[in-house]
Design a protein around this ligand. Structure first.
Ligand SMILES: [Zn+2]
Length: 219
């Protein structure tokens, strides 16, 4: 199974890794580079541009906006996001998005780049389904995470059951600190299959072909 979003190498199978600091990606893994909205110290879009120019296999991420750590989105956060979207569009690379508590604003910022940015991953997306048709229209994917295994996450399960099949991915969002405590993406896929009333193998093959489509534009 493909782990569609993580920060360290863990488990079996392919991984889409954002900034694998200190972790060495395997041959099938796909690496994404970018400045996360929590960590903008030293932000410089020129070095991202140089990295993409040098390596055609790189995606862009994790980038976006955040209202989890502070209520307001700063100008600096917004301009770093915009600049990185522009660089991703310039090179035609898929993007992994962060949008905690501000997914509407993230989607609005991405919309003008639809087509020039080949695909978007709305990682950790947990809003109700209202934004889903918009996300679908820009070739966006929604990755379902470990919260699906929490029996109290009723709204999240409703979202996971209703997202169109061709947009679905599964993710761990594993970091060096959290990796050992997280369920496997196979366990998330099995729960997703049960929730949607399809055989597990069928769900797994859908998720794999979606993962292929998300990174299709990369060499
Ligand atoms: Zn992450």
């Amino acid at each position: 199974m493909t782990d569609a979003h993580c920060h360290v190498c863990r488990g079996e199978g392919r991984r889409f890794i954002c900034d694998p600091a200190g972790s060495v990606p395997g041959p099938g893994d796909v690496v994404f580079r970018g400045w996360h909205p929590w960590f903008l110290d030293g932000f410089d879009s020129e070095s991202l541009r140089a990295a993409l120019a040098e390596d055609p296999s790189l995606g862009v991420g994790e980038i976006g906006l955040d209202r989890l750590k502070s209520r307001d989105i700063t100008d600096r956060m917004r301009s770093a996001f915009e600049e990185q979207l522009a660089v991703a569009a310039e090179f035609g690379r898929p993007v992994v998005l962060h949008g905690a508590k501000c997914w509407g604003q993230v989607a609005s910022a991405c919309r003008p780049y639809a087509g020039r940015i080949p695909a978007f991953l709305f990682h950790g997306f947990s809003r109700s389904g209202g934004l889903v048709p918009d996300i679908e229209a820009m070739n966006g994917f929604i990755s379902i995470g470990p919260a699906l295994l929490n029996d109290h996450a009723v709204n999240y399960r409703e979202l996971a059951a209703s997202v169109p099949e061709r947009m679905l991915l599964v993710e761990s969002d594993a970091t060096a600190e959290t990796a050992s405590a997280l369920p496997s993406v196979s366990a998330i896929a099995a729960r997703l299959a049960a929730l949607r009333g399809v055989p597990t193998e069928e769900m797994e093959s859908v998720l794999e072909s979606n993962a292929d489509r998300f990174v299709h534009s990369l060499n």
